[in-house]
Design a binder for this molecule. Structure first.
Ligand SMILES: Nc1ncnc2c1ncn2[C@@H]1O[C@H](COP(=O)(O)OP(=O)(O)OP(=O)(O)O)[C@@H](O)[C@H]1O
Length: 350
């Protein structure tokens, strides 16, 4: 396990990490999410003893990183893909790491095989592509066969095959009962990879929950309907206590009722439906809702006419429809000029 308690890091005036308390557990891939500058890399660096906390504590299986005897056998990490001496071959890079960490040299060939670099093992890593560099970094993380693995943006710059490979590897490592902690900005990828999420914003913990609960709690789900008699349908659903918002394209969006109930109600009242689609919110939509108030660098070119996740905006202006509030107590509303490092796009005249 990785246990953080009140973990805090201050750089001058900047509180980069602000009292984080959470536990990363084995057996599941835990995604670590947050907008740019939220403090993810700083947190990971403190976990690895590369930065000293201003306050609080982080323990790896109950110990501080500095107390681990052969750290690579307890925790493996990919922080920066190309943190490798370019003149060295992949094999020699890994061999040096193995020798300085009491790891048998046969592990070098094993991990090269695992990451698919055996054929280029004797070549200088200077000529490696971004993807090969990522694979070498992952090989180093796996070298000590650690029970805990940590990856900072592992799929950055990878092609679809590489992304798929990393996803499968992480899930396999978690299925073996290891602790897998991974940061990424690729929400669609994270949604496929992680079972648990830790989300931070401006250094503070915003969520520590399962993927499904996170999406359910931080996004709105609704049913989209189309009917040749939209007004009759709207009155019927209103009468049943549902909130109905007509869309500009003629569809109705319904909160507060599930598709089966709506379909049966329409049938019982002789109303034809041309569409009845429950809408499952995406991780990206939920993430944007939760973190909108914690975004440090925020462009002002707001997409007018679409809500996060692509739902058309209502005349109410915030994309959630008149009279409704975004989940999370309205944190989802974008407010101009609230954030310290707001970037104003002069072309937008904001
Ligand atoms: N060495 C440092 N000196 C001063 N400020 C720093 C230093 N390292 C990080 N920061 C600041 O701390 C904050 C958190 O940075 P960090 O890199 O941890 O965020 P992040 O969540 O990893 O961001 P990103 O997603 O953009 O990689 C940022 O405001 C950053 O500018």
């Amino acid at each position: 396990m990785i246990e953080l308690e009140g973990l805090t890091k201050r750089y001058g005036d900047k509180l980069a990490v602000d009292g984080l308390t959470f536990t990363v557990r084995p057996g599941v891939v835990t995604g670590f999410l947050g907008p740019n500058g939220a403090g993810k890399s700083t947190t990971m660096r403190m976990m690895l003893g590369l930065d000293r906390p201003t306050a609080g504590d982080v323990r790896i299986d109950g110990k501080h990183y500095a107390q681990l005897r052969d750290p690579l056998t307890s925790i493996g990490a990919l922080l920066e893909a190309k943190a490798v001496h370019g003149g060295r071959s992949a094999y020699n890079h890994l061999l040096c790491l193995a020798q300085s960490n009491g790891i048998p040299s046969r592990r070098v060939d094993q991990v090269l095989e695992t990451v698919g670099l055996s054929a280029v093992a004797r070549k200088r890593s200077k000529g490696f592509s971004l993807g090969m560099g990522q694979r070498l970094g992952i090989a180093a993380a796996l070298l000590g066969d650690p029970r805990i693995l940590m990856f900072d943006e592992p799929v950055n710059g990878l092609d679809p095959e590489g992304i798929h490979w990393i996803r499968t590897l992480m899930q396999r490592l978690a299925a073996e009962g290891r602790t897998v902690f991974v940061s990424s900005h690729l929400m669609s990828e994270m949604a496929l990879t992680a079972g648990h999420l830790v989300v931070i914003g401006q250094g503070k913990l915003l969520a520590d929950t399962s993927m499904s609960a996170f999406i359910a709690e931080n996004s709105r789900s609704y049913v989209t309907l189309r009917s040749p008699e939209p007004e009759r349908l709207r009155d019927l659903l209103h009468g049943a206590g549902m909130t109905v918002v007509p869309r500009a394209d003629g569809a109705l969006e319904v909160d507060g009722g599930d598709a089966a109930v709506i379909g049966e109600l329409a049938a019982a009242n002789g109303l034809a439906l041309h569409e009845l689609s429950p809408r499952q919110a995406s991780l990206e939509e939920a993430f944007m809702q939760l973190t909108a108030g914690a975004v440090e660098y925020h462009a002002h070119s707001e997409a007018r006419g679409t809500a996060p996740g692509g739902a058309p905006a209502q005349p109410g202006g915030d994309g959630w429809g008149a009279g409704r509030q975004a989940p999370g107590g309205g944190r989802g509303k974008r407010r101009r000029g609230k954030h310290r490092n707001d970037v104003t796009d002069p072309d937008q005249g904001a």
